[in-house]
Design a protein. Structure first.
Length: 300
């Protein structure tokens, strides 16, 4: 179903003005007029043409450019964002939810139903994120979602530690509490690290290194998806409730890191986002001078 929806959506979508400028400037202008709802797009079109020209001149050496000092912030984020996304602990729920719910006292049918409920909660929260992300900003969602995941994971860990265990399961009341908290946790992930773990990397890389940086992001995500999936079963056996404290600790680290080191990209055109790094309190020391004219939102 997801593949069908994606295929239909791609078939109905048009190429972006950034891509169009590499072929036909007139088509890019028409696309901008359609997107912006105005005919006054000449300044933005000129920026797109200039950015695309620079991108084409450097595109042949994307991976080498990514290793340069001036692109150090992008390189760090290309590794950090997908790594953080995977160590939120979401795969504990995604891969092993039925096992988890049977552990807290649900039968086979009950555990499968609880898994379905958490899946619906995650999907709904992702759609909610799509509706509000351009209004309240990426970093706000990261903060709210991070705090939500942290609190719910800590409470789940405490419940599993203190609950009375009989024949390998905890009491029914505790079990229902765990299900509710898992839903809260999944919702927090669904409107923060779930979608934003893919959205933000698509926004923070300049055109000349975007392909290379996105490749790194996807590769790191796949590597740590595999690593986390393989490590969860032995961790559940040895750490038990400690698994939730372990991933909760990572959630705390990533929430602080995002607030300190990731610039806000809300309302910033893609061709202007490179200037955010130069204005950042930390990364500005490492980056080259970049054109920041027209940047409409900079948040450190």
């Amino acid at each position: 179903m997801y593949i069908l929806i994606l295929t239909i959506g791609l078939g109905r979508s048009s190429r972006s003005p950034n891509i169009q400028t590499t072929g036909d400037v007139h088509k890019a202008e028409l696309m901008l007029r359609r997107i912006r709802g105005t005919n006054n797009v000449q300044d933005e079109l000129a920026d797109l043409v200039e950015a695309s020209s620079e991108s084409n001149s450097n595109a042949q050496h994307g991976f080498l450019n990514l290793l340069q000092r001036r692109y150090r912030p992008e390189l760090v984020m290309a590794f950090a964002i997908p790594f953080f996304q995977q160590v939120t602990g979401i795969n504990v729920v995604a891969f092993y939810a039925p096992v988890l719910f049977r552990t807290v006292g649900f039968g086979e049918s009950g555990s499968l139903m609880s898994t379905l409920v958490t899946g619906i909660v995650g999907t709904a929260s992702t759609f909610l994120s799509m509706l509000v992300v351009d209004r309240i900003g990426r970093k706000t969602l990261f903060l709210v979602g991070g705090l939500q995941m942290l609190v719910s994971q800590v409470i789940i860990g405490v419940i599993i530690m203190v609950a009375e265990v009989r024949e390998g399961v905890i009491g029914e009341g505790y079990g229902y509490a765990v299900v509710v908290l898992v839903c809260v946790y999944v919702a927090g992930f669904g409107w923060s690290w779930g979608p934003l773990g893919w959205l933000v990397p698509s926004e923070i890389f300049p055109l000349e290194i975007r392909s290379a940086a996105q490749s790194v992001t996807v590769a790191v995500s796949f590597v740590f998806t595999f690593a986390v999936a393989q490590s969860v079963p032995p961790m559940l056996c040895k750490l038990r409730a400690g698994v939730f404290f372990f991933y909760g600790g990572w959630v705390m680290v990533m929430t602080v890191a995002v607030q300190l080191f990731l610039p806000e990209t809300k309302n910033v055109p893609i061709e202007k986002v490179a200037g955010l790094w130069e204005k950042h309190w930390f990364w500005g020391k490492l980056t080259r001078k970049r054109d920041t004219q027209g940047t409409t939102s900079v948040s450190n």
